[in-house]
Design a protein around this ligand. Structure first.
Ligand code: F3S
Length: 68
């Protein structure tokens, strides 16, 4: 089964924090309010829908979701 991986593009993220609200298991905010993927960005089983939800809800299109 393929795994999803997320990555936040730091050049695009403007700190809207919708990702963190929608998927706190996958994103954390730094001191500037910008989001980072937790760990190496691998999405744990069962959280795939949240990864896509966060991606589609980021106003800056800063979240990349890839399948490995
Ligand atoms: Fe940044 Fe988008 Fe989240 S702008 S804080 S990645 S909703």
């Amino acid at each position: 089964m393929s795994k999803l991986k997320i990555r936040v593009d730091q050049d695009k993220c403007q700190g809207h924090a919708r990702c963190k609200s929608l998927a706190p298991e996958l994103f954390e905010l730094d001191d500037y309010g910008n989001a980072h993927e937790i760990g190496d960005g691998t999405v744990p089983d069962g959280l795939e829908d949240k990864a896509w939800l966060a991606q589609t809800n980021c106003p800056e299109i800063a979240i990349e979701v890839t399948e490995e």
